[in-house]
Write a protein that binds this ligand. Sequence first.
Ligand code: NAI
Ligand code: MG
Length: 505
Amino acid sequence: MMPETATFEMHPNLRKFLSAQPKRLWIGGKWVEARSGKSFETCNPATGDALARVAEADRADVEEAVRAARKATEGPWSSLSPSERGKLLYRIAELLEKHAEELAQLESLDNGKTIREAQKGDLPLAVDLFRYYAGWPTKIHGETIPVSVPYLPGARFFHYTVREPVGVVGAIIPWNFPLLMAAERIAPALACGNTVILKPAEQTPLSALRLGEILEEAGLPEGVCNILPGFGPTAGRALAEHPGVDKITFTGSTEVGREIVKASAGNLKRISLELGGKSPNIVFADADLELAVKGMFMGIFYNQGQCCSAGSRVFVEKSCFDALLEKMVERAKTVRQGPGLDPKTQMGPLVSQEQLDRVAGYVESGKKEGAQLLCGGVRGEGALSKGYFFKPTVFAGVRDEMRIAQEEIFGPVATVLPFESFEEVVQRANGTAYGLVAGVWTQDIKRALRLAQVLQAGTVWINCYHFVDAAAPWGGYKQSGYGREKGQYAIDLYTQIKSVWVDLN
Ligand code: NAI
Ligand code: MG
């Protein structure tokens, strides 16, 4: 589908996209300036240089978008048959696939991730989400239920349920997988017949805007999807508070997750939250250790560690702890960092100065609390010093109660912790406020499955890590959020059920 190696040669469509600035908001099928006339810059994190100027949505634009999205729930969209809706989603998948290389380059430029990860991960997964949900509109149906009324013995009723769209869905998404997160929300929301207002993260608004062009090209009726780049406390908050929004789907920090819950209270809008993690990746001495080291490494360093599912607490059984730690450090020291678009780059920059500062701050706190820094711990030097590069970092000598072992760092920082027994590691693995994912490495199938039973996590990976699929549910236990995106579970998030009684007496 995509070429094996990318070159620095910028895709002509991307050149064209970037040259048309400032980028505008997409509201009611039109590309418009922000009401306030304000705009902001998005930068290339590999250099810190401005990449594009983007219209900045605020409350007034949200207002407009809600009106457009509401109107669209009653327009041609509502009379499109499920089969036609499926076809439209399929067309979007095809177009995304057609433009995959250009979008992968854009994603790499705006977010910093390597072009290889964008080509092999973000893009095919985003395409697949549309293709997967294209099959759903024709399969969303209700049930008939054999009801009875206790004080009317022998009375007969016909009862059925219908699944209806929730209405206007607000999607607030982060910057770590910008296009993928957009697809993960838009595809199921549209499959269920809703309309959408998407607020991409202020750090990475560009692929969402390009996606808007593709939705337009696919023939999505006006107002069915609206795209409003802007900041969290202004545009994001206005969306979360708006009484005309029926549901918010949010991915981001636990802190903002709580804000969303509060903001939703006015009209009691439905919410699903996909928040952070501090996930355990547990390696037993009987595992295939070569594979396990790769899993430990990729688990924490994929996407520069900016994954909600990062395996940031690596638990290694004591008997092989020293050997695996050494391999991990050796590997971390040889990672080639550089701009994401350079095909030789193995790790790109962090997304922003803010994120760089956060990560550096956590490294300092780890050192202060007495953890042992084995490699990394500093930002990139020389040619990399202009961008937001941070060297792959490994800590040992970490105690479970240290901040670096409890809080989400969201950067390339691994804490590697030894353990001795099954019971001990389960207790420690479950010992944070989070519960998003867990990794388990062992050849003992009973042990693996017993762990899968007792780990408090929304996803457990056995002898693998970071695998995701459009059909597999995604979401967290505990403070990693609630609701399950993807698969058939997302159909529950984006529909509401009507219960209909018919008296047959
Ligand atoms: P954030 O949670 O502030 O931002 C995520 C999204 O929420 C963005 O679109 C932002 O504009 C929006 N937002 C921010 N404040 C809002 C508000 N009051 N109302 C409505 N929307 C709001 O995340 P940020 O500041 O970019 O990163 C901070 C930390 O959050 C990271 O270091 C990481 O630990 C965590 N995070 C987790 C993610 C995940 O995938 N679970 C993704 C991004 C960040
Ligand atoms: Mg924030």
